[in-house]
Design a protein around this ligand. Structure first.
Ligand code: ADP
Length: 559
């Protein structure tokens, strides 16, 4: 406080002629800044707990500013004693609120009742003993900084609360920092610098200022005035968090508040700008701050608008994606259920049709036998199609199971070829089987699926070859440990465009229908997927439309 032993008494409550210039400069801008940020953040989203706590910190800080100004400038003894006694409770409140603030900032939710009880218990003594001699027994106007009237225990307690807040918030921030994402780390760092600058400067300067004045190391407790600058740093960090990270969920309005605060900060320099030069310099600074601030505000507004639009779009996209996934799952389920239910009646149809053709129910007229053969043929094709659908849905849902064993691929390929020969001959086609093996031709794969793949490819060749022949060749490469089955035909062939697409789902060449109308376009897709899952693959070659095709199945040799 000011010693009126040396100085003139104040004209009004606050404005004494002889008090240090620093007093107004340190108190007023920081307080206005805190109040502006606090109020704007709060007004923008009053229900947000973090915003409420920030406003409470700003209000408590402002209250300390006012009482500090009163103790520094007033000569009204009742005003001084009242203000001085309030330091303890207010510093206590700021300490506890700061810890509360960091908890909510980091966890995005309120603290537990247990922690709230601890907060209340910590605060209680500062309130209980505020109006007693334990806090302040009196003061001595003649000796301005007469701290010997302050109770040691009480002042150590509330100063201790300040240091507890520093420790507590640092630990909370450091713990969260460890496991945080890069983006969150930046936010924690900004908040850490802000809150710790505020608390450290505030509490250290108050404690140190009082102590040094008490031991008469310095003339008065002027050092405490520097403590108020920390609030400025804190608020600037909050400002950066608001503008850069939208931490407090406030947009433009807070950026405007920060700009106004900056302008006020600059204007307040007029309070101690005595010479013309400093007035001119302050005016230039003010002009620059206003121009840069205005430009900044415009870019912030643009950025906020873009970000809001982007967030909106991202949300919509995520929603659409979710829906698509759901639909895809439903589709797979539907295909699987429908196919299963089609399979059983079809088996019955095929069974009875073959019983009828076999003559189990008596001899049938030739026309009826012909019709029955058509029924058998069509239902067989239908069964193949259903099997294809089921396989696609199994592949897509990841439910395709493979039973691995060692078997001779050459033998299996030969069997399949023999089985299909009668069908080929019926269509006037030759079907030849050849081998060129250096190994025994043993593979480690799923035998059922491998047979299905070979069947599928030879069947295709029969389907898409109007005349000529089909050659099946089993060969191997023992160095590369691979075995191949070439299925070569003299059929409709494929052009480059067809070659590029046939392994896709539901892909059929435009010339396919002219020879065969019964396909689904799924056979090759399923075959390739299965061959790949077993460590192999399928490739197709053709010189062009009408020039025949060659499909090659490849699998790893088991040696
Ligand atoms: P689907 O035979 O049921 O149409 P696939 O997936 O088995 O379905 O075959 C896809 C397409 O590849 C066929 O529609 C056809 O256009 C072409 N294709 C397959 N095998 C041959 C072949 N051996 N010769 C010419 N084209 C073929």
């Amino acid at each position: 406080m000011i010693c009126y032993y040396y100085y003139d008494a104040p004209t009004y409550l606050f404005f004494a002629p002889d008090i240090p210039e620093l007093l107004y400069y340190s108190h007023i801008p920081a307080t206005i800044l805190a109040l502006l940020v606090g109020i704007f953040v709060f007004v923008n989203n009053p229900r947000n707990l973090l915003n409420k706590i920030l406003l409470s910190i700003a209000l408590s800080f402002s209250a300390i500013t006012v009482i500090n100004l009163v103790t520094w400038t007033s000569i009204e003894s009742s005003a001084i004693i009242f203000s001085w006694s309030l330091f303890g409770p207010l510093q206590g409140i700021i300490s506890v609120l700061s810890i509360y603030f960091i908890y909510v900032f980091l966890n995005k939710e309120d603290v537990s009742l247990k922690i709230k009880t601890v907060f209340s218990l910590l605060l209680l003594p500062t309130f209980l003993f505020a109006a007693t001699n334990l806090n302040l027994s009196g003061f001595d106007l003649a000796w301005c900084d007469s701290f010997q009237y302050e109770g040691d225990f009480y002042s150590n307690y509330y100063n201790g609360l300040g240091f507890l807040a520093i420790l507590w918030t640092s630990i909370l921030l450091a713990r969260k920092y460890k496991g945080a994402t890069r983006e969150l780390k930046k936010q924690i760092l900004l908040m850490g610098v802000g809150i710790e600058s505020f608390l450290l400067l505030f509490f250290t300067n108050f404690a140190l200022g009082d102590y040094l004045a008490t031991i008469k190391f310095v003339e008065d407790s002027r050092l405490e005035l520097y403590g108020f600058f920390g609030m400025g740093i804190f608020m600037v960090m909050i400002g950066v968090l608001i503008v850069r990270f939208r931490t407090f969920n406030v947009g433009m309005i807070a950026s405007q508040a920060i700009l106004i605060a900056l302008l006020i900060l600059t204007i307040s320099q007029y309070t101690f700008a005595e010479s013309i030069t400093s007035i001119v310099l302050t005016s230039i600074t003010l002009l620059f701050t206003a121009i840069i601030g205005f430009i900044l505000l415009r870019s912030v507004r643009k950025e906020i608008k873009q970000r809001t639009e982007l967030e909106h779009l991202t949300q919509k996209l995520a929603h659409a994606n979710e829906k698509l996934k759901e639909l895809d799952k439903l589709k797979s389920e539907f295909v699987s259920i429908a196919s299963h239910q089609l399979r059983s009646p079809l088996t019955a149809i095929r069974g009875y049709a073959s019983l009828l053709t076999d003559g189990t129910y008596g001899k049938l007229p030739a026309k009826a036998t012909e019709a029955l053969e058509r029924i058998s043929e069509s239902s067989k094709n239908m069964a193949y199609s259903i099997e294809d659908y089921l396989n696609v849905s199994r592949i897509e849902s990841g439910n395709m199971k493979y039973n691995y064993s060692d078997f001779n691929l050459k033998d299996e390929a030969e069997k399949v070829t023999d089985d299909l020969r009668s069908q080929a001959i019926k269509q006037g086609l030759g079907l030849i089987f050849r081998t060129n093996l250096k190994s025994r031709g043993v593979v480690h794969a799923d035998i059922g699926k491998t047979v299905q793949i070979i069947q599928n490819l030879i069947n295709n060749s029969i389907k898409y070859t109007p005349k000529g022949s089909i050659k099946v060749l089993v060969r191997d490469d023992v160095v590369k440990k691979r075995i191949f089955i070439d299925i070569e035909d003299t059929g409709i062939g494929m052009n480059e465009k067809t070659l590029a697409s046939i392994f896709g789902k539901f892909e059929r060449a435009s010339n396919a229908n002219s020879v065969n109308t019964g396909g689904t376009g799924l056979g090759l897709f399923v075959a390739k997927m299965m061959a790949e899952a077993m460590g192999g693959g399928i490739t197709a070659h053709s010189e062009g439309d009408g020039k025949g095709s060659r499909f090659t199945i490849e699998l790893p040799l088991a040696m």
